[in-house]
Write a protein that binds this ligand. Structure first.
Ligand SMILES: [Zn+2]
Length: 289
């Protein structure tokens, strides 16, 4: 009898322990909850104001504004390194030391890219991967500061960059150091930057021969960094391209492919130069996860 009671008590205690164990979060749960996520910071690399709408094949009254913003993004993978997408329009060294704004033609820059990175704890040397949407000067301002990184580029853009021929909106002095960079050369193809599908370069030629965009699969939802696939949102509905488009017919194919991708993934479209898009976004030190 005593033995039975003892056993019963033991069984009840065990059952209580087990229920308790089920109610308490396990170590694995705690780990999932605090697991670092893919993070994206947005930087302000200046303004391009007073552009002629005719350069983009629009009349003034057809568009809301032809004033542009210039941005870049730092994507921090929890375990596999950091990607810098775009590099601003003006080398940091040109900015006045007293912190005042730098003006050059239609461009105004108030903050260096390096200072914005440092404010969130990063230096250029921390960047493992570097990619630009394309070769134009308003994207390659600080490319020479990233020559230590693995450079991800489409062969068609790289060929044009080092062909020794002057191109419109291109300044070869800004990216000369990339010539000898450790390079991941793509042949009009997509590329999984970290190998886990979290960040994908998508080939989208037309604006330049090797233009590309970036799909960032954040936990909060995917974002497509469109580079100069479009400049003005009005290009989406009208199908127009700028006067300096490398190959408008190819751009139309790329735009259709990306629109299809947006539908399939539900990704948000961030047009690189669109002020209205970026007016609603959070810049570093705030971030997206
Ligand atoms: Zn641009």
């Amino acid at each position: 009898m005593n033995m039975t009671r003892t056993l019963l008590c033991y069984s009840l205690s065990l059952a209580t322990l087990m229920v308790g164990a089920l109610l308490l979060p396990s170590a694995a749960d705690a780990q999932t909850a605090s697991k670092p996520k893919l993070r994206m910071y947005l930087f302000d690399n200046g303004q391009i104001n007073g552009l002629d709408p005719a350069e983009f094949n629009f009349k003034k009254e057809e568009i809301k504004s032809s004033d542009f913003i210039v941005v870049s993004e730092l994507i921090v993978h929890p375990t596999k390194g950091i990607l810098l997408w775009e590099s601003g329009s003006v080398p940091d060294a040109k900015l006045p030391a007293d912190g005042s704004a730098y003006h050059e033609g239609v461009t105004t820059v108030t903050k260096s890219l390096a200072s914005q990175m440092q404010a969130i704890g990063y230096n250029y040397q921390d960047v493992k991967y570097f990619a630009m949407s394309h070769l134009h000067s308003d994207h390659s301002g600080n490319a020479n500061a990233l020559v230590h990184a693995k450079w991800i580029v489409q062969k068609a853009d790289r060929d044009m960059m080092f062909a020794g021929k002057q191109q419109r909106v291109m300044d070869a002095s800004l990216f000369s150091g990339l010539k000898n960079a450790d390079t991941i050369l793509l042949n009009n193809e997509d590329y999984d930057v970290f190998g886990d599908g979290s960040v994908r370069i998508i080939s989208a030629p037309g604006h330049t021969p090797g233009h590309q965009v970036l799909l960032v699969n954040l936990a909060s939802g995917p974002v497509l960094l469109a580079g100069d696939l479009y400049h003005l949102p009005e290009e989406i509905t009208t199908g127009r391209t700028p006067t300096f488009e490398f190959d408008p017919a190819t751009s139309a194919v790329s735009r259709a492919r990306i629109q299809d991708l947006l539908k399939k993934t539900g990704a948000k479209l961030w047009i690189g130069h669109d002020k209205a898009t970026h007016a609603a976004l959070n810049f570093a030190p705030k971030f997206y996860e």
